[in-house]
Design a protein around this ligand. Structure first.
Ligand code: SAM
Length: 243
């Protein structure tokens, strides 16, 4: 099936991504639950459990958006630890900061507007960097991965949770139909925003598959990289270590 996809030129991509997340910020949490039928919570919980994060650790939740992972890590690192939520989009960070503050998550969380391609943190700062459903929006992924490696402490870990390539052919077909035909219509119906959800489907299709992303992590400097598929590869969790 031809879904009429056309690639967005790079310089336009940054603007487009900004527009998308400005537009979805207010409805983001609701839409996440509706579109994934709540399953994004399971993918995130699995990531948190595998992170091995402990009290006192320092975590960077990159492209942290409305703060799902930040919230979970803030509880785990405790008063002696720190979580930094960094995102390029002010609207998303504002929604996240308000939500977490309302829920009493305060004291060990910092919020910052940052481009993943040019991190403002010193070398060897974080025990863990996470980027959940964010990397596919980043224009120069190689730059972002190299920056993440730089800010990780030796022994630190990167976790990339992202949509990936579905391995099972029949499921892949059904998933394509869902992404390109149903999802944008749901976006229109619930959030009155068809274009942003069309972008979502396109960005998932363009994102590097499991092996390619693993290779990109090694090329960016990671000393070890591996991944595991979740939900037949609808999502993959890549992990990279700095020795
Ligand atoms: N991590 C959150 C989650 O899992 O719910 C939010 C994911 S949301 C789909 C993607 C986020 O990536 C948006 O908040 C967007 O602003 C952010 N983003 C896009 N490009 C970015 C960049 N170059 N640097 C940092 N954040 C970026």
């Amino acid at each position: 099936i031809d879904f009429g996809f056309t690639e967005v030129p790079l310089e336009e991509k940054v603007k487009k991504v900004k527009g998308v997340f400005d537009s979805v910020a207010g409805n983001y949490d609701l839409m996440n639950d509706v579109m994934s039928m709540g399953i994004h919570r399971i993918w995130k919980r699995h990531t948190i459990e595998l992170s091995g994060i402990r009290p006192g650790n320092v975590v960077l939740d990159l492209a942290g958006g409305t703060g799902d992972l930040t919230k979970a890590f803030a509880k785990r690192v405790g008063k002696t630890g720190k979580v930094v939520l960094a995102d390029i989009n002010e609207s998303m960070v504002r929604v996240g900061r308000d939500r977490l503050t309302d829920e009493g998550i305060i004291g060990n969380v910092n919020y910052t507007i940052t481009n993943a391609e040019a991190l403002t943190f010193p070398d060897n700062t974080f025990d863990l960097v996470t980027i959940a459903f964010g990397l596919r929006n980043v224009t120069h992924k190689d730059k972002a991965l190299a920056e993440i490696y730089r800010v990780l402490k030796p022994g630190g870990q990167l976790m990339v949770l992202e949509f990936s390539k579905v391995s099972q052919p029949l499921l892949a077909k059904a998933y394509d139909f869902y992404s390109f035909s149903i999802l944008p219509k749901m976006g229109k119906l619930i959030a009155n925003d068809e274009a942003s959800y069309q972008y979502l489907a396109e960005s998932i299709r363009m994102h590097p598959d499991q092996e390619t992303l693993k290779q990109m992590m090694l090329t960016a400097g990671f000393d070890k990289a591996e991944y595991l598929n979740m939900s037949e590869g609808i999502v993959a969790l890549h992990r990279g270590w700095k020795y």
